[in-house]
Write a protein that binds this ligand. Sequence first.
Ligand SMILES: Nc1nc2c(ncn2[C@@H]2O[C@H](COP(=O)(O)OP(=O)(O)OP(=O)(O)O)[C@@H](O)[C@H]2O)c(=O)[nH]1
Ligand SMILES: [Mg+2]
Length: 376
Amino acid sequence: MSNLRRAVLITYPSEEAIKEATSLANTVGYSVERIVKQRHITRSKYGIGRGKAEEVKELVKQLKLEVIIFDEVLKPTQQYHLASLCQIEIVDRERLILEIFERRASTAESRIQIKLAQLRYDMVRAREKVRLAKMGEQPGFFGMGKYDADIYYLDINKRAAVLKKKLEREEKRRDLHRVQRLKAGLSTVSIAGYTSAGKTTLFNILTGESKNTGQGLFTTLSTFTRAMKLNTRKVLISDTVGFISKLPAYMIDAFKSTLHELTHSDLILLVLDISQSIEEMGRKLDSSIHIINELGVPMTKILYVLNKADLIDIDDAFDKSAYLSILDSKKRILPVSAKTGFNVTQLKNLISLLVFPEEEKEDLMSLGEPNESISS
Ligand SMILES: Nc1nc2c(ncn2[C@@H]2O[C@H](COP(=O)(O)OP(=O)(O)OP(=O)(O)O)[C@@H](O)[C@H]2O)c(=O)[nH]1
Ligand SMILES: [Mg+2]
């Protein structure tokens, strides 16, 4: 595509940070022409140091770039200062994620959620602009005076309130479904985890579905539920929206109704990509746990699924799972491959054991042993 918007990306020096930010940028249609790396990108007037900011300004001019992608959530003042210095639009991490969500939202509910999140994004910035306008620092706010800026701010507030009402109605409808399910006596299991961990691939292999999977981030943007057979019993299993780090709390809030599925589940399969470095896994695990805590889900409901075991040496997989379980001995962990089917039968057994403890007393001591061909 030639209509990609040419961007300079400002991010952290780690390879993983660069990869993730580039992938986010590509997903929304930016081509990353240059990468500027900085250890600290949340400090100071411009997010980055003055010298670096000047460097970016030069780059933008020389390469005729159209946008700066800033891989952090910038304070509105920082965003304003950097944009003024470089005379160019800034897309920070928060807006990047919002843009992806906007493109991928397919249900009425997720569209309301995105709109709400966008309004909050604007609201914070409008508040800042009103403040700057009052200090006389930025008299022309979209060509408006102070009074107009106040009105604009109130208007955003009002629209947000209307959307919240709508969202509540959608939530109520969901709750009704949930009650019906409970009446049907079915237990629920949810698949959660960092984006691209392989949740949908796992969902497909467990249910026989063929939902879209993909290398990009946020392939799945709304919850999907299906029945899954476990020996003689049946449970409902849901695939959910992926997590990402540096997600502001209000965005988690906007997605709470989608993620409510997790709050009400009997068991959460927290999927981790085990083919990544232990540091990277740890970082993503932290982000996931943070969001799960925000949702008020008890940690005792989590079963850790270490996916993509086919990509690494099996001993390595067990080392990694051991390492992660050392951090908290109560963790329940199983390496699997959603792609090859490795350990998927064991996973089903474990789900069965955890969801129906009274009926599945027989031991599952051999769980996690590499007794199933990894390439089957
Ligand atoms: N090698 C290998 N690749 C896998 C495995 N599971 C998933 N993948 C790949 O990882 C990528 C992401 O898989 P998805 O199932 O879409 O991941 P997801 O967690 O649903 O991602 P989002 O919906 O975007 O949050 C795809 O390219 C899959 O083919 C696995 O066990 N082994
Ligand atoms: Mg998915």
